[in-house]
Design a protein around this ligand. Structure first.
Ligand SMILES: [Zn+2]
Length: 453
């Protein structure tokens, strides 16, 4: 079994290595680069910095019988397999026509939580109403209770299988939100667990502070008082290095625009980027607020207005679509895909993995739902979990496409064509996964040793 990451097998100091030598070379690959330089129009449309104009449009920016060379964890060369014959590398893998994509990015998850809510799922299907379940202590507060009740170690152990499922689906970058602690110590505990999972597995974890997720019982009928506390805890947890971005839930069952504005003001003073759960159940105008703050993303957005689509386009705010939550809740109002497309708003897709409305740990299933329920094209769905998901996390200069200088986060698939990633439901198709930091692929996959060229 080969540990499959390119920073292994460094040459010793005494080895003479030609200047052109690379760490790893992958040949005979079909590559969905998602890169405007190779014709991916979804890259050029949504990237104002991109000046490439003279390349013909090619779906997925695909390259057939191509090669990628990596050096020091970065993509260092892209070209034809034929041209790659002149390169030297410490190790070469013949991919035998397999497809390579940027490793997937899940840009909106509540992956860290205690317990689960399958009991409520079952009760609802036996006819118990949502309000009865809430009266019995169910709903989001039951997850808060379960999350508060367990230790950091237990929380880590309960989250680990979900993380492994995502990695097994081709994901190496994951956003994880707090928001089930709802007090300082338990929000800290959630964020620490997220950080530790990232360190232990060598995946890129972006943490988001979502204390403004729901009103905890100790602040009942005092939402403004709770928002004061959320704003007091934020600099404390930020000083501990636990926060990469700040999120809130703007909805008639959660927090108002005015309350969210206070959270965003505090985040902005700390230099933290913002994002928002907005327009999921009604049009509160949260997406316009995100755009006003130059925020990273507005997420859910089923009830998003045309005016705020325009504002998002102008601000470069990403539209994060969460079709698995739409599916679970039997929603009927679809996000305004045609309008987002027409205005050139980058659309990402994410699992929204959470115990209440989206117990989903397959990003590829979310891609399928994005196509089936929201009528995205499979190319848009793949951009939504690579290129545009990177942008939703502020990582668009490092991840999400196959480009020189980008992180060598690559997913290698046993598929016939890129559309299979959205088309196939439930078929494990990942052949191998590589990232400069990934520590566990050999434990997760039976990587063949025979395919070394
Ligand atoms: Zn969410």
């Amino acid at each position: 079994m080969t540990a499959f990451h390119p920073t292994s097998h460094k040459p010793s100091e005494h080895t003479q290595v030609a200047e052109s030598a690379f760490d790893t070379l992958y040949v005979h690959a079909n590559i969905a680069t998602m890169n405007a330089d190779f014709g991916c129009t979804l890259d050029s449309k949504n990237n104002p910095d991109n000046t490439t104009t003279d390349v013909a449009a090619i779906p997925y920016g695909q390259l057939l019988d191509a090669a990628i060379a990596t050096r020091a964890g970065k993509i260092a060369w892209i070209g034809s397999s034929e041209a790659a014959q002149n390169l030297t590398a410490e190790q070469t893998f013949d991919l035998q026509g397999r497809w390579v994509t940027p490793a997937l990015i899940d840009c909106h998850t509540h992956l860290v939580y205690g317990g689960n809510r399958s009991n409520e799922f079952e009760a609802r299907l036996q006819g118990v109403s949502y309000s009865e379940i809430a009266q019995q202590g169910g709903g989001i507060l039951s997850t808060v209770t379960a999350t508060r009740a367990i230790s950091a170690e237990q929380l880590y152990q309960q989250t680990e299988p979900r993380l492994r499922a995502l990695i097994g689906d081709g994901v190496t970058t994951i956003e994880i939100k707090s928001g089930y602690g709802l007090d300082l110590d338990n929000e800290r505990k959630m964020l620490q667990v997220a950080r530790k999972l990232g360190q232990d597995y060598g995946v890129t974890i972006k943490t988001t502070y979502l204390a403004a997720h729901a009103l905890p019982p100790e602040y009942k009928d005092n939402a403004d008082g709770y928002i004061d506390a959320v704003c007091e805890w934020m600099p404390i947890l930020h000083a501990e290095g636990l926060i990469d971005a700040v999120d809130a839930f703007c909805e008639n069952i959660a927090f108002t625009l005015e309350q969210v504005t206070r959270v965003f003001d505090t985040a902005t003073q700390l230099g933290l980027p913002i994002k928002l759960h907005a327009e999921q159940l009604s049009n509160m105008g949260g997406s316009g607020l995100v755009a006003d703050f130059g925020g990273l993303s507005s997420d859910h957005i089923e009830y998003l207005s045309e005016a705020n689509v325009v504002k998002m386009a102008q601000a470069g705010t990403v539209a994060v679509l969460l079709p698995a939550a739409f599916y679970t809740l039997h929603e009927t109002q679809r996000p305004p895909i045609a309008s987002l497309r027409a205005h050139g708003v980058a659309m990402a897709i994410s699992t929204d993995c959470n115990p209440g409305t989206s117990p989903c740990t397959s990003l590829r299933l979310a891609m399928n739902m994005g196509c089936t329920l929201f009528a995205l094209t499979p190319e848009e769905a793949l951009a939504g979990t690579t290129l545009h998901a990177a942008k939703a996390l502020g990582l668009q200069q490092h991840k999400g496409k196959i480009a020189i200088g980008y992180d060598a986060d690559l997913a290698i698939w046993d598929i016939d064509r890129p559309a299979d990633l959205s088309y196939l439901m439930g078929k494990p198709s990942l052949f191998a996964l590589t990232s400069p930091t990934l520590t566990t692929p050999a434990n997760l996959f039976n990587l063949p040793t025979v395919w070394q060229a």
